[in-house]
Design a protein around this ligand. Sequence first.
Ligand code: C2E
Ligand code: MG
Ligand code: MG
Ligand code: MG
Length: 287
Amino acid sequence: AAKKEGRRRARTFDQSMLLVLEQRELLRRSLRVALQHGEFFLEYQPLVDGARAVIGFEALLRWRHPRLGVVPPIAFIPMAEADGLMSEIGQWVLEEACRAALDWPAHYTVAVNLSPAEFLTAGFTDRVSQTLDLVGFPAERLELEITETVLLERTINNLDTLNTLSVLGIQISLDDFGTDYSSLSYLKNFPFDNIKIDKYFIDDLLDDEKSQTIVRSVIALSHGLGMRVTAEGVETAGQAAWLEAEGCDRLQGHFLSPPMHVDHIGQFVGHRKGRRTNAAPGNRAGP
Ligand code: C2E
Ligand code: MG
Ligand code: MG
Ligand code: MG
């Protein structure tokens, strides 16, 4: 009976695996043509400073699949990486994000995520500076976000790449800090401008003293090293207030705004400006 049971379970397993594989194959094939078919688009999520003023937006990649609808990055970026497509897609993201940011207020930055394949492509830094020239976008307004995974290999070349980007005037952020292979040697050796504390430590911030201690320490550590700190995934007013009181430089998360379509940025910016002006006591008193 046990044998029979096992066989039945094995068959169910095989069939569902087959389905998953077929779906993956389907996704993989359509991914190859997605760029030519113009199926990618970007959403933008605001970053705010300690006074809740918008300082810029992070570009987040989405894929509008003709039949499946909008596919989140987690579902296709690893596949695109594995198939060697991410360098080309990343180049599209960079150009698209810089073009979009040309329409924003002149002090706003745009942050673009880099995948390892992109970062490790020969001539990557040349391509970045060519793109900035082509679009006419100032390097100082571009931030590139990399995760620690990107830095795992080829350490000396990585340092060269980051230094070159830095010299161009581009800001460099270490994304998802505190997860994966967090190593303090990265903070010592690489020229980051900004550390982004992973949402993992923000989620339970108000109930977990360990998270509080870790976040407090990362803020102190970053400031001691001359870097700014961003908290990712801020979802509540309580978290925002706590982080602001502790001197976190920037906040990002659904509490401030979820990622939005590029067409909504103008309205979002105008609306926030209005709200801030109206809320300012000096203005309410009026002349
Ligand atoms: P990330 O760079 O750490 O981006 C933050 C992710 O958290 C985004 O997910 C964002 O939508 C989400 N998020 C922001 N605030 C909140 C919040 O308050 N609550 C919750 N639950 N989530 C929040 P998304 O857009 O699905 O992107 C996931 C990851 O995919 C990104 O993580 C990044 O690593 C990668 N990614 C996105 N766009 C690109 C891209 O253009 N190129 C590359 N290489 N990677 C990208
Ligand atoms: Mg990011
Ligand atoms: Mg992150
Ligand atoms: Mg992430």
